[in-house]
Write a protein that binds this ligand. Sequence first.
Ligand SMILES: [Ca+2]
Length: 350
Amino acid sequence: MSIKKYLPLFSLVLLVAGCDNCNNKNVKIAKWATATDGATLACGSTINAQLAFNDGEEKIDSVVYAFDRERKMASSILTEAFKISTETLNPGVYNLTATIYKSDKKEVHSAAITLVSDIKPELIEKKIGAVFPHNTKNFTEGFFILNDMVYESTGMNGTSYTCRYKLGNVAEEKLTTLPNEYFGEGSICYDNKLIQLTWKNGIGLIYDATTLKKIGEFRIGGEGWGLTYNGSQLIMSDGTHRLFFMNKETYAVEKIVEVYDNIGRVVNLNELEYVDGIIYANIWMKDEIVKIDAKNGKILSYINCEGLLTSAEIEKYQCDVLNGIAYDSKTKKLYITGKNWPKIFELISN
Ligand SMILES: [Ca+2]
């Protein structure tokens, strides 16, 4: 099983923001004294931030530390170590600044601190149950189950549509077809609305799930990849390590959860499936599915799904990557497939 860990790209960098109002810009009052600069720590750790003052600079007036990218945490005026508890924080990159005041001087030092997950993910080998046929014409981008029907959305310009079928059948009912200029992506159905994202067109499309008429669209800030629904919010991936929780009426992003394991952030999150507080995501270009704690983005386990198709099947159908996780809430069974794959697999997951 190949589990590639991703190193954070920017965690080990101390950014010295420079001097504001320095009399002599070449002489610094202080520098970071501890491993604060560029630290990567597990959630729950205590950050000990401390400055080392240059000779003759000890008699400063004050230091104001500020922490948290959203600047919600209280600042503190200290000249000793500034201890920061991360007990309540989710994984992500946080900004720490120390502003030093000395007579008419003000010097600002900042550092990026990465909090990774404090959970070592479980490495799980796939367990496969029943196997069903899949339409190899479908370049699968969205995959979910509603009222005993499998719904699928497909991609590529000119072949982007949504359809549904009974598990076990390849004959499918076409629901909506996208204009050629749209590259379709993930989809979901809720409140009698059928939603399909587009990849780089910057919009999501809204259809009435009964009439299949387009009733609206919404803006997507970046790329649209996977989509799922937790009962109150839409959850979208964009190919990075971030998951966007969106208001189901306005489609405004209400929360971003960053996905990390105990090493660093995990990127290329693609098709998604929300199941009881867990988000399943397959990783683009890998036969691998991750289970993510939807509350905080911590990866709980990696499921190795290598070897689902034979090389003869891949050759015959020109199969692309694994992409598609669907949960049947009635039978409590999970299914996976891929782009142009000939099969749908029941994935037995604890
Ligand atoms: Ca799905």
